[in-house]
Design a protein around this ligand. Structure first.
Ligand code: ZN
Length: 333
């Protein structure tokens, strides 16, 4: 993959030893006007770190705040939180039953991929729940996946900030962003970056929480309703959208936390949440799709990059969208 400067999208050069496998301490932007022309990017464990430190929307002032480490000895706060999140998600997956909606959506995504397609996963340092079929398919079909995140893992191909994607325009045929938009300061900027790096007619798949409490502590900023999520992706034409887990699942999320909090115990929270997961999924099947959408645990959106930005969606359109989408979801089997 050819990376570019995440700030100005100019090409990059390595300045440093090219002997042995050692990391480059200095990757420079070739644009003399750019603040990163004097250095600031580097590699870690052989992967590029292209975070534009101290830029307007970047929460990292310098490289020390990334707390890069490849082993378990020196885990960063973020990777610890990510690991905890992954652990809880896998437990929930085991006891609550697989998340069918996400699994089906990932399967559906593979229909949009041709041989040699380029895929970008934003937040790919840990793999999202329900995504295993997708990764297997890409692996078998030589589809290249770029997996960026702000921490190092065995999956990460580049460390980057989602507000500043280190790729040229029209690079990817598919971009996946699952459970990431709540963790960025400016989701509109992230979506405009995704739009930029997608090829014309490229596909976007996003999953974002709605009725969920704060997770990953300091790194949690936003929630979206179904209409709010659609508005965020207004430059895209919609192929599909809907809820991931419904009203009872959302209630379980809050209820288990409330009981756990009474006893000051995270363990109790997790145990209750796991115990009630299957029951809440069962009860959600008796609720109207419209009610599940308005109280969803999470939402997904599958869209296509439309050829021209001339097809702008107006504010009045999003008001009509509420009834239209609810009608559509009610009639969906
Ligand atoms: Zn630059």
């Amino acid at each position: 993959m050819d990376y570019v400067c995440s700030l100005c999208h100019s090409s990059l050069i390595n300045k440093g030893s090219i002997e042995s496998n050692q990391d480059f301490e200095n990757i420079l932007c070739t644009n003399p006007e750019c603040s990163f022309s004097k250095g600031g990017y580097f590699t870690f464990e052989g992967i590029p770190v292209l975070v534009p430190f101290d830029s307007e929307l970047c929460v990292f002032r310098d490289r020390s705040q990334l707390n890069l480490s490849s082993g378990d000895k020196k885990m960063s706060t973020i990777s610890t939180l990510k690991k905890a999140k992954k652990y809880i998600a896998s437990l929930l997956g085991l006891f609550a039953g697989e998340n069918q909606v996400t699994q089906n959506n990932y399967k559906n995504l593979t229909n949009h991929l041709h041989e040699g397609a380029n895929v970008l996963v934003v937040g790919g340092g840990s793999r999202g729940s329900g995504s295993s079929y997708f990764y297997k398919h890409c692996n078998l079909n030589q589809i290249k996946i770029e997996e960026i995140d702000i921490f190092y893992s065995k999956y990460t191909t580049a460390i980057a900030d989602a507000h500043y994607l280190p790729f040229s325009n029209a690079t990817f045929d598919l971009v996946v962003i699952q459970a990431v938009l709540e963790h960025v300061l400016n989701p509109e900027k992230v979506v405009s970056e995704i739009y930029r790096v997608l090829t014309p007619n490229g596909i976007l798949y996003a999953e974002t929480p709605f009725m969920q409490s704060v997770h990953m502590e300091a790194y949690d900023f936003t929630r979206y309703t179904h209409s709010g999520h659609r508005w965020l992706f207004r430059e895209f034409s919609e192929l599909d959208s809907g809820s991931i887990f419904g009203l009872f699942a959302s209630a379980n999320w809050i209820f288990s936390r409330a009981i756990g909090s009474l006893f000051r115990s995270d363990l109790i929270t997790h145990v209750i949440s796991i115990l009630f997961a299957r029951l809440s999924n069962f009860l959600d099947s008796f609720i109207t799709p419209s009610d599940n959408l308005d109280h969803a645990c999470g939402l997904y959106f599958l869209g296509r990059k439309v050829e021209s930005r001339v097809v702008k969606k107006t504010p009045s359109w999003i008001i009509e969208y509420y009834n239209e989408s609810h009608k559509r979801i009610t009639h969906k089997k």
